[in-house]
Write a protein that binds this ligand. Sequence first.
Ligand code: APR
Ligand code: ZN
Ligand code: ZN
Length: 375
Amino acid sequence: MGTQGKVIRCKAAVLWKPGAPLAIEEIEVAPPKAKEVRIKIVATGFCGTDIKSMDTKGFSQFCPIIMGHEGAGIVESVGEEVSTVRTGDKVIILCIPQCGKCDTCLNSKNNICAEIRQSKRHLASEDTSRITCKGKLIHQYIATGTLSEYTVIQEISVAKIDQGAPLEKVFVIGCGFATGYGAAVNTAKVTPGSTCAVFGLGGVGLSVIIGCKAAGAAKIIAVDINKDKFAKARSVGATYCVDPRDLETPIEKFLIDMLNGGADFCFEVTGNTETVATALGSCHKDHGVCVIVGLVGSWSNITINSQLFLSGRILKASVLGGWKTKEEFPKLVSDYMAKKFNLDLLITHTLTLSEANEAVQLMKSGQCIRCVLLP
Ligand code: APR
Ligand code: ZN
Ligand code: ZN
């Protein structure tokens, strides 16, 4: 590409301090070192987690930072010892890596690779980053930082995908879609003919519905306090939509009556701690399974009355849908291309990277499910 081995100067959306708008800055992206990959980002966007972090005071220790962890692009160059991708490959960014060697990676039941420790510091290279701006080291959100024209990340945080894949669609598999869809098919293991209730109809909740439908659920009840979300929920597979504030009885009782003792599977996807008890209480008392999806990254306590557990309900959590990312995200991309599910309905807006602040406002207003940002 003519840029290999050289520093690339390009644009990125940089957060200099929590609560401030993103600044579109010129950054310098150094060439990748061993086991690293430099990627030209072609499509990216915000997920709810970015938005929450950006407004959190304690996040200042990671600033300046390039936000974003849902992204797809093309490999510009690779460092030494990189064997799984090469220049020109279409790739998806993995916000949880898969090193293939740690205890987690070797255990089929888990997906939180031990190498995620880098992500907690928001640095993509061992204790540093290849990106600078105005003489300062720039952090990369969750060791990715996709709101940039170019980025350098670890080889274990990137997966080669089908070369025909439309990047402006499949980037959403990188977090929101995989999180919701996997919560249904991997974590809950929704069964054919079952009943499901999904609390919260943002991009993740809608992806849970897509997963429930793909798994053959007979009834999918969509719950939200914003009725504007109902039309989209129906279009992806909800069979009934309800705003708990319109009911005279608590939503738990409503669902227990409606679903013959409660839902077989419930999903908390609002991001609120209180809704966990509500979702658990809406499960069938004997065999109901409730999956927490929306609380990742929140350090709050959850209060649940122990009575809810006395007859056999199960409470589980799901992180990034339980997927082994490097191995399975390319398969999700292929499944999308084989029309096993539709991502198009999740992407409601298109803007450029320079309009990142408009995309934040759209997310905050609740009007937008996902806004794809193109360079
Ligand atoms: N009851 C029902 N629905 C609620 C409630 C509630 N008490 N509170 C909020 N909601 C709805 C909102 O109206 C919104 O439609 O939950 C939905 C949340 O959607 P988004 O904010 O778009 O979030 P999403 O991207 O789907 O992610 C869901 O997972 O990754 C985390 O941080 C993310 O907490 C967020 C959650
Ligand atoms: Zn690992
Ligand atoms: Zn995310």
